[in-house]
Design a protein around this ligand. Structure first.
Ligand SMILES: N=c1c2ncn([C@@H]3O[C@H](COP(=O)(O)OP(=O)(O)OP(=O)(O)O)[C@@H](O)[C@H]3O)c2ncn1[C@@H]1O[C@H](COP(=O)(O)O)[C@@H](O)[C@H]1O
Length: 113
C-alpha cells in the first residue's frame, strides 16, 4: 500500500497497528491498556484544555490552540483505534450529513416527551 500523504490517515494507521500489537514503550499502548475509561478521561481533559486555549490572545495563543487541538485529535483517534473504528468511517458519517443543516436535522427528529 502506498504511504498516505495525509498525516491524519497515517496516524490512524499507526494507532490501529498499536491496537493490534500493543508494543511496549508506546504511550498509545499505555492508554489502550487503561481502556475506554483512561482514554476517555484524557479526551475530556484535552477538550477542556482546547476550550481554555481558544480565548488566548495573539500568535502565541493561536499556536497553543492548534497544539491543544492536535492533542485532542490524537486522543480521539486513540479511542477510535481502541474501538476498531477507522477515521474513514467517521468521514463517511460526516459525508452522509453533508448539506443538512443541524437545525433541519433537529427539526426532523420526533419530539421528546
Ligand atoms: N500524535 C501523537 C501525540 N499527541 C500527543 N501525544 C502525547 O499525549 C500526551 C498528552 O498528554 P499530557 O499533555 O497531559 O501529558 P502527560 O501529563 O505526560 O500525560 P499523562 O501521562 O498524564 O497521560 C503526551 O505524552 C504527548 O506526547 C502523542 N503521542 C503520540 N502521537 C503520535 O502517535 C504515534 C505513536 O505513539 P506511541 O504509540 O507512543 O509510540 C507517534 O509517533 C505520534 O505520531
Amino acid at each position: 500500500m502506498p504511504e498516505s500523504l495525509d498525516p491524519i490517515a497515517r496516524l490512524m494507521a499507526t494507532l490501529a497497528e498499536r491496537a493490534e500489537t500493543m508494543p511496549e514503550g508506546s504511550y498509545t499502548t499505555k492508554l489502550m491498556r487503561g481502556g475506554t475509561e483512561k482514554i476517555g478521561k484524557k479526551i475530556l481533559e484535552e477538550a477542556g484544555e482546547l476550550v481554555e486555549a481558544a480565548d488566548e490572545p495573539g500568535d502565541e495563543g493561536r499556536n497553543h490552540f492548534i497544539y491543544e487541538a492536535g492533542d485532542l485529535i490524537y486522543h480521539t483517534l486513540v479511542l477510535l483505534a481502541h474501538k476498531r473504528v477507522d477515521i474513514s468511517e467517521v468521514a463517511a458519517e460526516l459525508a452522509r450529513r453533508e448539506g443538512t443543516s443541524g437545525l433541519v436535522e433537529k427539526a426532523s427528529r420526533p419530539p421528546k416527551d
